[in-house]
Design a protein around this ligand. Structure first.
Ligand code: SF4
Length: 278
């Protein structure tokens, strides 16, 4: 799953305690670095590498604030200099539902059986490997890698959320991908949800490739609507702006200071602000 610190301004926002319906999912950006260079990547380069101690302290705060689930992301969380599996074990001991959003390149041996990871969030841009690999560069075999990882996760009955970025390049194949996923989710359903993201012209990839990838909002809605009408056996979520969700808040470090972004109870974005919870 693609990830970033999307907000440039740093106004002071309201404290989380003021929210009427507190978010339940915390996405933690561990660092900006990645072992891939995706064409649409919206990750920004200018935030800090979180230390393991900082991440652990953040988990304690999230627990106090009654978050139910944490999603470790980046950049690529398995390329983080800290020990990601150890951190997931800490999170699991604290009672969180633990998710890891990864491009799957550096998955550890036996990843499908790691007990402290409840769910993986994996990218799949197309059923057509050439289309997928045009959007995600990794020695022309990223599609194969994802498919193999999905098969292993299905075999282990490990829960997976899939993410797809809808662009000019892959929009026409979305229905084929949906048909494939319907069948692939058998005999033991393991796909928790499918997130269809609208491409955003932001970040280190998205900004420079906007012309080649962006599609009109109407077209995004039309292709996603067609998939939803297919009656998929798992929830399909449209994400026009991945950073706008009432149930999710985002956390990262910048210049040594914890940052937080999310939405308020009116559904308005709270631009990111220095978080004083640590
Ligand atoms: S380069 Fe690709 S895998 Fe890495 S953070 Fe960006 S979108 Fe995710």
């Amino acid at each position: 799953m693609p990830k970033t610190n999307p907000y440039q301004a740093v106004p002071q926002g309201p404290p989380a305690a003021a929210l009427k319906s507190p978010p339940t999912v915390a996405v933690i950006f561990l660092h900006p670095m990645c072992n891939m260079t995706c064409t649409f990547c919206i990750t920004e380069d200018h935030f800090d590498v979180m230390s393991e101690d900082q991440a652990r302290d953040l988990l304690k705060v999230l627990k106090k604030e009654n978050f139910k689930s944490v999603v470790f992301g980046g950049g690529e969380p398995f390329a983080w200099p800290g020990d990601l599996v150890r951190l997931t074990q800490d999170a699991k001991r604290m009672g969180f539902l633990v998710q890891v959003g990864t491009n799957a390149i550096a998955l550890p041996k036996g990843f499908e059986s790691i007990a402290s990871i409840d769910r993986y969030v994996l990218p799949l841009e197309s059923l057509d490997s050439a289309v997928h690999n045009r959007m995600r560069f990794h020695k022309d075999k990223h599609h194969q890698l994802i498919m193999e990882s999905l098969k292993r996760l299905r075999g282990a009955r490990k829960s997976v959320t899939l993410s797809t970025i809808i662009t000019k390049v892959n929009k026409d194949g979305l229905k084929d991908l949906a048909l494939f996923l319907k069948k692939f989710n058998q005999p033991h359903p393991f796909i928790h949800a499918w997130h269809l993201y609208e491409f955003l012209p932001q970040g280190r990839g998205g900004r420079v490739n906007a012309l080649a990838l962006a599609i009109p909002d109407k077209e995004y809605m039309a292709v996603c609507g067609a998939v939803k009408a297919m009656g998929m056996p798992f929830p399909v979520y449209l994400r026009k702006d991945m950073y706008r969700s009432k149930t999710v808040d985002f956390f990262w470090y910048q210049r040594g200071q914890l940052q937080r972004a999310g939405m308020n109870e009116q559904g308005k974005v709270r631009d990111h602000y220095d978080c004083s919870c640590l």
